[in-house]
Design a protein around this ligand. Structure first.
Ligand code: SAH
Length: 464
């Protein structure tokens, strides 16, 4: 983020615009939305510029800019369309310590003007640091369509009511009140009764909220999926949006945590294989204490919470503590990995059962029904299997599995650094050691990447 977005208070601040023609007009129209004291400098202004200046009550100077023009200015815009003229204004501005923007010249500018969606006082600034103006415009159009024009009206009435709303305790209660106003009662009053009644409606709504009993806390145990934010369920996203406290695993990616409310309290409780970990009792104690204080807790787990996620231990403790809870499923790694290689986890005539295994349990390397797993056609997704590959390979070969059984290792499934390593049972351990994939990995025993995919270069990073 080379350009830091801020909202500048231009109330009664001088802003200088040097230029003529379409570019200057466009900037002037934008600046006219602010309460800045605008001075336009143009030696020979076009009639349209003269007219707009008069219309918005700006000052027009019919000459070249001088050093004194910039004294005390908050911002300066150079839009003359002449590189030398623009550069001259930029020099004058910088000498006076004034931030300057040269229209359509990113390198020469101290700041850039974003694409703006205007629902004042709600304004959305979109910037791409010059990387993709087309994208900025597309986002703007999208938001323009999505945000009702009445949003500004709601926000203006809301702003005046902020003080009164302080009668509600800070935090959840107040947030619930505002959510109710902006997303439910407010739009309804606007539509049915008009803006004049908004203030009345706000008072009535406040009374309702003051009279209602404080809400009790709850815990949602939520699957975050394999890592890609768009592989989360809509329900998971909306719970994250409302959470007061997010208690998350090491497997949950930063991109997903970004989606939570910024004011939420984030508590990492990493429990990765051999890494540092928070004892299970501490995690449950955390959930219980926050929920008892009335917080909405989201316990966010990688993949699906019901698969190797110690879900029952947590829900049992919550039940015992008398706390309301619910589970939201997520895409488990086996599904994401199978999708990545374009294969089906089950197939008629090949495997009627699918094994989801963990290579590790509390006691260390986990024993399994190796006999069943060694049968031709058997398919198993092995979680936490990276360090157990040699053990699994030995056990399966010992129980008569076909040495050429396909095995696919998928690491960082669904994430930008996803890797696919296709091998066979007899070379599993050595191929895995050679490839040493970073991050979490799953072993898909009995599955190879779909043949069709093999033909597409780049889709499969490594294919033996
Ligand atoms: N509840 C999770 C599994 C937790 S166990 C789920 O449903 O997916 C942790 C193991 O999951 C890791 O050791 C790894 O084997 C696997 N895993 C989790 N996320 C992964 C990812 N993005 N790519 C590959 N493996 C992953």
């Amino acid at each position: 983020m080379q350009h830091f977005p801020i909202y500048l208070n231009l109330s009664d601040r001088p802003v200088l615009l040097a230029g003529n023609g379409e570019m200057a007009l466009a900037k002037l129209r934008l600046l006219a939305k602010t309460p800045a004291r605008i001075t336009v400098i143009a030696p020979c202004p076009e009639p349209s510029l003269v007219a707009l200046v008069a219309e918005i009550g700006a000052t027009l100077l019919r000459r070249a800019p001088e050093a004194t023009d910039l004294q005390g200015a908050a911002l300066a815009y150079a839009a003359t369309g002449d590189a030398n003229e623009d550069a001259r204004l930029a020099r004058l501005a910088r000498a006076a310590g004034v931030l300057v923007n040269i229209v359509d010249n990113l390198e020469g500018s101290d700041f850039i003007t974003p694409a703006i969606v205007d629902r004042a006082p709600v304004t959305i600034a979109i910037g791409t640091e010059g990387a993709a103006p087309v994208l900025a415009r597309a986002i703007k159009t999208d938001l323009e369509e999505r945000l009702p024009v009445t949003l500004g009206t709601l926000a203006r009435a809301g702003k005046l009511f902020r003080h009164a709303a302080e009668a509600l305790p800070q935090g959840r209660a107040r947030r619930d009140f505002w959510a109710d106003y902006y997303f439910s009662s407010g739009p309804q009053v606007l539509e049915e009764a008009g803006a004049e009644l908004l203030d009345h409606a706000l008072h009535a709504l406040l009374q309702d909220h003051l009279n209602s009993a404080p809400k009790s806390g709850r815990v949602d145990l939520v699957g975050a999926g394999p890592g890609a934010p768009d592989m989360m369920t809509l329900r998971a996203r909306s719970l994250l949006d409302r959470a007061d406290v997010v208690i998350h695993d090491g497997l949950v990616t930063p991109e997903i945590l970004e989606l939570a409310r910024r004011e939420a309290l984030f508590i990492p409780v990493g429990k990765q294989g051999f890494g540092p970990s928070t004892p299970q009792e501490d995690i449950t104690a955390l959930m219980i204490s926050h929920a008892r204080e009335g917080a909405h807790v989201v316990r966010l787990k990688g993949g699906d919470p019901s698969i190797f996620g110690r879900l029952d231990e947590e829900t049992a403790a919550l039940t015992e503590a008398g706390i309301t809870w619910a589970v939201t499923p997520g895409i488990t790694t086996a599904s994401a990995a199978a999708a990545a290689i374009g294969s089906s986890l089950t197939r008629r005539g090949r495997n009627q059962a699918l094994h989801l295994l963990t290579a590790q349990d509390v006691a260390g390397l986990a024993e399994q029904d190796w006999q069943a797993l060694s049968r031709p056609g058997s398919v198993a997704a092995i979680y936490m299997g990276k360090r157990a590959a040699r053990f699994v390979q030995g056990r399966l070969l010992m129980h008569g599995a076909d040495a050429t059984m396909p095995v696919t290792i998928v690491s960082n499934a669904s994430r930008p650094d996803q890797r696919i390593i296709a091998t066979r049972l007899d070379s599993l351990a050595t191929d895995l050691a050679d490839a040493t994939p970073d991050g979490p990995a799953i072993l898909l025993m009995g599955l190879a990447p779909a043949a069709a995919r093999n033909a597409l270069p780049g889709l499969i990073a490594e294919y033996a």
